[in-house]
Design a protein around this ligand. Structure first.
Ligand SMILES: N[C@H](CCC[C@H](N)C(=O)O)C(=O)O
Length: 288
């Protein structure tokens, strides 16, 4: 692995979906395969620090700052909803967040808003997650590029599922029904993540409709496996549930790590995600 000088990081989480933040704005250019290696080694929960991935606080040509996310398996994703709330907190708490500013992501320029603070530190953040992408082409699925995938059958040999697919810049498969337990989520999540229909793989979510304003979810994340929360997955779930007329446009979403509020605005088509973000610790990573 390409050797970097000792890396300062901040460990943060959004409902237990935890990431190691590294400010690289003053660093020399580092090849992506070095970050891939660092993501794998730093995320390891026994031989490293332990996280669902790393997030780089990077320079941007189109916004004050850019967010790049590498999953625990080293793969890079376009977007991370919990990570974006945590990054907003990281910037705000250091006096580097200007209200109304954008953060550049793989899903475009997104606009977070600090809704609540505690002792001068951001605690609740709302993110304009942008508009969902619904065509197979935009989601990165095989098949008719301009067609959508809403409540369609997926034959997994052992079982026939009905899936609804939504991209928030990153791909998500939503399966409605009684909430899967962890074992089922892991078994079927991994199969669907690597299904040939998704050449770039996909995130997978089991979603139970509690009532027209409340969903309960479990996540299998591309490149990270079971996680306690998935912000883009929650955003995809409210879109899929509204499209299939299972909920109203504003709902509370219960995930293993806590609760998020999500809404899909009818006028603008924008999804809003509101929830907490917390800083756990800071440290220096150096493999010796
Ligand atoms: N595993 C995801 C990235 C992290 C998304 C999730 N942690 C969130 O909060 O949105 C992917 O490969 O698309």
């Amino acid at each position: 692995m390409g050797q970097l000088e000792p890396l300062r990081f901040t460990k943060m989480h959004g409902l237990g979906n935890d990431y190691l933040f590294i400010d690289i704005r003053d660093m020399e250019e580092v090849p992506d395969d070095v970050w891939k290696d660092y993501a794998i080694k730093m995320s390891d929960r026994h031989f490293g620090v332990g996280s669902d991935g790393i997030i780089l606080i990077a320079p941007s040509k189109v916004a004050p700052v850019r967010m790049r996310i590498f999953n625990a398996d080293g793969s890079e994703s376009e977007m991370c909803g919990n990570g974006l709330r945590a990054m907003t907190k990281w910037l705000y708490d250091r006096g580097e967040f200007d209200p109304g500013q954008a953060i550049e992501t793989g899903a475009g320029l997104l606009y977070p808003e600090v809704l609540k603070t505690e002792e001068g530190r951001a605690s609740v953040i709302r993110v304009n997650m942008g508009v969902p992408r619904l065509t197979r082409h935009e989601i990165g699925m095989l098949g008719q590029g301009e067609s959508t995938c809403i409540d369609e059958p997926l034959d997994l040999d052992e079982t026939m599922l009905h899936i609804t697919c939504v991209s928030m810049g990153n791909p998500h498969v939503i399966i409605f029904g009684p909430l899967w337990d962890e074992q089922t989520m892991a078994r079927l999540g991994q199969k669907i993540e690597h299904h040939p229909m998704f050449p770039h793989r996909t995130n997978v979510h089991s979603v139970e409709v509690v009532d027209s304003h409340h969903l309960r979810m479990r996540h299998w994340e591309r490149g990270a496996g079971l996680t306690l929360a998935c912000g883009t997955g929650v955003s995809a779930a409210i879109v899929a549930a509204v499209l299939t007329e299972r909920v109203e446009r504003h709902a509370t979403i219960s995930v293993p790590g806590g609760t998020l509020e999500a809404s899909w605005d009818e006028g603008t088509g924008v999804v809003y995600l509101t929830g907490t973000a917390q800083e756990i610790c800071q440290g220096v990573f150096e493999l010796r």
